[in-house]
Design a protein. Sequence first.
Length: 157
Amino acid sequence: MLMLYAGYPGALEGLRVLHQVWPGPTRARETGGPSQWRARGERLCARVYGPAYPRLVPAVESLHPDLATWMIEQGYGRVLARPGLGVRARELITVSALAALGWERQLVSHVLGARRVGASAAAIGEALRVGAAQADAQAQAVAARTWERAAKSGALG
């Protein structure tokens, strides 16, 4: 139920802002069904999370099995792996959004994921800066810590 109250309101308000600065018609796209979304989602999620993927799904399932299914089928398979914008651009957008929101655990994962799908250290740094510019002081500190942590680990270069 949390998605209904935390996720959807954020999506609605974010799209309102987007439509103010980038108006235009929207279009629905049919991009398959649950079995196709699951297969696409598993491939993309494994690509983004790399060696951490085999641990990710059981960890999310331990929180709630439906959340793991939603993450793979809907989040990765239906949304992030759909045609159109490439995976590198989607990961950089994810980095910016997570930096703005201050979700540190997910931000670290997606900074590493952006690197795995071919984003440059400079592009990741810019995505972090763009997100942090919209954030409160706490989220800005999370973005700075994430950058330092990724740089020290050698993940950025």
